[in-house]
Design a protein around this ligand. Structure first.
Ligand code: GDD
Length: 333
């Protein structure tokens, strides 16, 4: 039986990847941070059978211990501080977790595996945020990196370190440069979920206004469930490599609003949406669109969910969630 160890198990990608690996017969271990983590039950309920190990990317001894306990064939490093605006407020913490955490994990792998690094394969969650002030459109694996946030800079460090461990030690280490990927499991601080949650609440008369930042930013949004498949495929290749994972289609925040509000029968969303500069970023990434030709040709990967369908799926899920919340609220009164 193959064993996989996932960091960042509490995030949407961690959950989708754990489900995928279990469906393929893997024994899955997830690293969970902190004492009494409030997401512990969520993970156990979503992925029954998973083994959760207490560990932290900033504590190398806890990582070595987790590797010893799980003895994995594959390690997926999805753990990071991943909300871009937070990285300006907490740049040192972001660097410790999102950048140095990769170093800690790679060194922990070397300590645990000793001279036999061939016993394990490593996946690093790199990000399209590394392209930042984009140097070409669309972006490929060889596009110059120009990060625009402490988060993006930290991801560049992890990306290059992964390549360096591959080249220095022959580790089967691959980096997936993932463009934005969303789902009903997305955290409500990210723009897609912020919009779909608000639209559901507006439709139920529970919210009057949705306040956003830059409506002109463009992103290449795909479905997280599709993207974790690409992660797994990377580790099944004979040779490790880096891959852009993207849909190749970009939309603006305005397009997102069109589809989401359209789902509840509102064509003109302008009366419902405000803009506040507190949601603007010190340096914005305005236009991301990926060229996933390599993933398509070498991994045989392709996305199955298009943008409109993705947003509709998220609105439908949020409508159910908000209706249930109303029922619970009514019952508790
Ligand atoms: N979050 C948020 N909230 N974003 C807003 C808002 C708002 O109210 N209004 C406009 N935006 C714009 C942001 O300025 C940005 O240009 C875009 O919406 C997307 O923002 P997010 O959904 O927060 O995602 P992100 O692109 O910054 O980062 C996500 O994708 C990366 C992959 O490229 C995160 O998941 C990163 O961790 C990931 O690496």
């Amino acid at each position: 039986m193959k064993r996989a160890l996932i960091t960042g198990i509490t995030g949407q990608d961690g959950l989708y990847l754990a489900e995928l690996l279990q469906s393929k017969g893997y024994q899955v271990f997830g690293l969970i941070r902190g004492q009494d983590n409030p997401k512990y039950d969520l993970v156990r309920d979503t992925v029954p059978g998973i083994t959760l190990l207490k560990s932290d990317l900033t504590d190398i001894s806890s990582l070595v211990r987790a590797l010893e306990l799980s003895d994995p064939h594959e390690v997926y490093n999805l753990g990071a501080i991943s909300f871009v605006p937070y990285s300006w407020e907490n740049p040192v913490l972001t660097t410790d977790v999102t950048a140095k955490g990769v170093l800690n994990l790679l060194e922990a792998i070397r300590m645990w595996a000793g001279t036999d690094l061939s016993r394990v394969r490593f996946y690093q969650a790199s990000s399209s945020e590394m392209f930042g002030e984009v140097r070409e459109v669309p972006q490929t694996e060889s596009t110059l990196l120009w990060p625009r946030s402490p988060y993006g800079v930290a991801k560049v460090f992890g990306h290059h370190l992964t390549i360096n461990y591959r080249e220095s030690y022959g580790l089967h280490a691959s980096s997936g440069i993932l463009f934005n990927h969303e789902s009903p499991r997305r955290g409500p601080e990210f723009v897609t979920r912020k919009v779909t949650q608000a639209v559901a609440r507006i439709s139920l008369g529970e919210q009057k206004k949705l306040v956003l930042g830059n409506l002109d930013a463009r992103r290449d949004w795909g479905f997280a469930g599709d993207f974790v498949e690409a992660m797994w495929l990377m580790l099944q290749q004979d040779e490790p490599e880096d891959f852009v994972v993207a849909t190749g289609v970009a939309h603006s925040i305005r397009d997102l609003l069109d589809v989401a509000f359209g789902e509840i029968g509102i064509e003109d969303w302008t009366p419902w949406v405000g803009v506040d500069e507190r949601y603007l970023r010190p340096a914005e990434v305005t236009h991301l669109i990926g060229d996933a030709t390599r993933a398509r040709t070498e991994l045989g990967w392709q996305p199955s969910v298009e943008f409109d369908e993705l947003i509709r799926m998220m609105v439908a899920s949020d409508l159910i969630e908000q209706e249930l919340a109303l029922v619970r609220h009514g019952a508790s009164r």
